[in-house]
Design a protein around this ligand. Structure first.
Ligand code: SF4
Length: 276
């Protein structure tokens, strides 16, 4: 199926393309609603995902100026309380004063567009811009896995391309930008990715090639992934004849190992788009 003109490429749909071209086609081009399998691991994933969404909203309120004690009083689930305490004691600090939460940036890119929604941008105009992303995955992924994720490339790249309006009309230099991943699973050890001009050029080329590859696939076909571990939590398993059941989220150690070795972090924000 053809990619429409002016299609907006995001970290979610590009990561899907990298993980499985067919999933990209089913979700973003065909927009196929395929029912999720209601097995216990999936329900556990969904619960975790919903808590993750609430946690993001709590941080959003706090970064927008609402007092922490008022926000904290709304949490009753043990995980949420624990995450909130971790955020209060270990969130990256100090951050530049100007805060933009859930902020979306977009820019033309060839015949298409790039788009990103940032959990938090903390900016000192003329000096620096920090991108903070809150992660609620069960485990903190290894740094090399994080560095290979589309998000790690796209977010700073797009801020460089489209952040002028946040910096008194002057584009940020890549060296003024840093991406920080903060983890509920390891709150005292966030991962920092300072950006650079070299990385910016590398990311431009990577994204151009990746999108060209997707366009080429849309002229021929979008293959199913060769790595069936990617199918574990995918809604389309029955459609693709890749099994009916899901793996155990916490007890299946193979799932954790294979997801790490394949570079696939079980990302609940990603799964939220899979679950209809
Ligand atoms: S089930 Fe597997 S092959 Fe099918 S779309 Fe999902 S990840 Fe791709």
């Amino acid at each position: 199926m053809k990619i429409p003109a002016n299609f907006a490429f995001s970290q979610n749909n590009l990561q899907d393309y990298v993980d499985c071209p067919r999933r990209f086609e089913l979700r973003y081009l065909e927009k196929l609603a395929w029912p999720a399998i209601r097995s216990e691991p999936i329900l556990a994933v969904e619960r975790h995902m919903q808590l993750g969404e609430r946690f993001h909203r709590m941080i959003q309120q706090n970064q927008s100026g609402l007092p922490a004690d008022l926000i904290g009083a709304t949490a009753s689930e043990p995980e949420l309380i624990e995450w909130w305490q971790a955020y209060l004691s270990s969130a990256p600090d100090p951050l530049p004063e100007r805060r933009l939460v859930e902020h979306t940036l977009a820019a033309p890119f060839g015949s298409y567009r790039l788009v990103a929604k940032y959990d938090l941008l903390a900016i000192t105009p003329g000096e620096r811009a920090l991108i903070v992303d809150w992660k609620t995955s069960l485990r903190k992924p290894k740094r090399q896995i994080l560095s290979s994720r589309i998000q790690t490339r796209l977010y700073p790249f797009l801020l460089t391309e489209a952040g002028k309006s946040l910096n008194n009309g002057i584009a940020f230099k890549p060296e003024q930008i840093e991406l920080i991943y903060w983890f509920t699973a390891d709150p005292r050890n966030p991962e920092h990715f300072p950006y650079s001009s070299n990385q910016y050029e590398e990311d431009r080329s990577y994204l151009q090639n990746l999108i060209a590859d997707a366009v080429n696939a849309s002229d021929t076909n979008f293959p199913l992934t060769g790595d069936e571990r990617m199918c574990r939590y995918c809604n389309f398993r029955s459609l693709c004849d890749r099994g009916e059941g899901a793996g155990e989220m916490e007890t299946d150690s193979l799932a954790e190992e294979s997801s790490e070795s394949s570079g696939y972090d079980l990302d609940f924000e990603q799964i939220s788009e899979i679950a209809f």
